[in-house]
Structures are given as structure tokens and as C-alpha cells.
Design a protein around this ligand. Structure first.
Ligand code: SF4
Length: 264
């Protein structure tokens, strides 16, 4: 919502309050959304002091708003083959109030077992990258396009990439997560995550290292940590770190000389 539109709504609320004995009303959901825009919340308090304030205070926070989505995911059977093969769904982890959100492609075997994204070797590398950025895993939010592990033929090892259909089917859950969390910056890890999020195919060479946008939120695209495990060349690691330096700058985080010179 643009500032002029908000100004118009706030002016209308004030006018209603001044001209009637029936103060303006709003649903809990609307108030919860307004709560995430501080200047709107302040104006609402001004327009209708105590009852609105009480409603705002009792409105669900982001963690509470995520819970019903998590529950729908937990019992989801939209992809019957994945609902049969998964150990459990992998919803997402981290701080629902995070400024920074990472998006991967799908749970692997470790994530399927533990119910948490990015806990295998690639996840450990992501945690290391976060640490170098001065973040703990608990400071950011991490989720995948797909909430179920893509099935693989029995007796085979490794993970497979999700299909476009699977990603399209599961994407609405991620969209809800992003809408609730409203991070300041998104990071898509790998070309599959980009395809799932933006519906856009491209090589990482074309996509990474520059700003894109998803629903008005700045989006940095970089290599998936699994790629760095397969390709240990310092030049590739440095590319990811340079992308993360751009993310820190976008978040207005101080960057030390040591961080500037850091190699993953
Ligand atoms: S991948 Fe997503 S849409 Fe498909 S069954 Fe799992 S949770 Fe549901």
C-alpha cells in the first residue's frame, strides 16, 4: 500500500470518528496486518485511542500467524506421491520477525528426517556463511519452495530436484510465509529456488550477484551451498560471499575490514 493511500485511509478514519458515535471498526486480520506498519499503527491509535489499541495488542503476531499455515502444510496431501514418501513436512525455521529470509529448493534426506530445512552438509555450510555475516540461524528465517522431500526410487541414494509441477503446487505456502514475515531482503539459493519463486529459468551466471525483486522485496540470487560443496574453487566461494556482502549492505549492517576480505 502506498503512503498516499494510507494517508487517505487514516484521514477517513479520523473523519468517521469525529462525525459519529460509532467509532471505526476493523477485523483482527486487518489490524494484524496494519500492526506491521508502525506509522499506520500509530495513526490508528491516534484516530481511535483505547479500543483499537486493545485490539492491536491482542492481534496475532507473526509467529501466531504462521501457525495455521504450518498446520495446513503438516497435513497437506496435494502431491499424493510426496505425502506418501515423506517422513514429515519441513515447514521452515528461524525468526518470524527476521529482516532476512533464505529460500532453498526442497528438503533432502537429512531435512526429511529432522523436519528442519538446511541441516545436512549444505545446511552446515549455510550456517557458516550466516556466522560470517554475524547472524545466527535463529536471527534469520529459512524455508524451501517445496515442503516435502522429492521422492526417489527405493534403493537409490541422494536427492532429486523438485519438478515444476511440484513447485507450482507447493509455492502458495511459501508465498504465505513471505507475506507474513515480510523480510527486508530475500536470498534465493540456486537456480531451482529461483524457478520456484519467480517462475523464471536462467543460469546462475546470469542471475546471481545482482538485485532482483519478489513482490517488492529486494531479492539476491546466489549459489546453493550444495554447489559450493561440489565445487570447492575459491573463486566460486568468493562469489557467494560477495553476494552476501551486498545483502549486508542492503540491510544497513556494518561490514568490517575482516568481513570484506573474507573467503568462505
Ligand atoms: S510438497 Fe507441498 S503441496 Fe506437495 S504435498 Fe508436500 S506440502 Fe503439500
Amino acid at each position: 500500500m502506498t503512503q498516499p493511500a494510507l494517508d487517505f485511509i487514516i484521514a477517513a478514519l479520523k473523519k468517521i470518528r469525529e462525525s459519529t458515535n460509532h467509532p471505526p471498526r476493523a477485523s483482527k486480520t486487518l489490524l494484524a496486518q496494519f500492526q506491521h506498519a508502525p506509522f499506520v499503527a500509530a495513526s490508528l491509535r491516534e484516530a481511535r485511542p483505547s479500543p483499537a489499541r486493545q485490539q492491536l495488542q491482542s492481534a496475532p503476531n507473526k509467529a501466531e500467524l504462521l501457525e495455521p499455515v504450518r498446520e495446513r502444510v503438516r497435513v497437506c496431501t496435494k502431491c499424493a506421491h510426496l505425502a506418501c514418501s515423506r517422513t514429515q513436512t519441513v515447514f521452515g525455521v528461524g525468526n518470524p520477525d527476521a529482516d532476512l529470509m533464505f529460500i532453498g529448493e526442497a528438503p533432502g534426506v537429512d531435512e526429511d528426517q529432522q523436519g528442519e530445512p538446511f541441516v545436512g552438509r549444505a545446511g552446515q555450510l549455510l550456517t557458516k556463511i550466516l556466522k560470517a555475516m554475524n547472524f545466527a540461524r535463529e536471527d534469520v528465517y529459512i524455508a524451501n519452495i517445496l515442503k516435502c522431500r522429492p521422492d526417489t526410487p527405493s534403493g537409490t541414494f541422494g536427492n532429486r530436484a523438485p519438478t515444476p509441477t511440484e513447485m507450482q503446487t507447493c509455492r502458495p505456502y511459501l508465498v504465505e510465509q513471505i507475506e507474513i514475515i515480510q523480510p527486508k531482503v530475500l536470498v534465493a539459493l540456486g537456480a531451482v529456488a529461483v524457478e520456484g519463486l519467480l517462475g523464471m529459468r536462467g543460469t546462475m551466471r546470469e542471475l546471481r550477484g545482482r538485485w532482483h525483486a519478489y513482490s517488492g522485496i529486494p531479492l539476491m540470487i546466489t549459489y546453493h551451498p550444495a554447489y559450493l560443496l561440489r565445487n570447492q574453487a575459491p573463486s566460486e566461494k568468493r562469489k557467494v560471499w560477495e553476494d552476501m556482502l551486498q545483502v549486508l549492505e542492503r540491510l544497513d549492517k556494518p561490514i568490517t575490514e575482516r568481513q570484506r576480505n573474507y573467503f568462505l
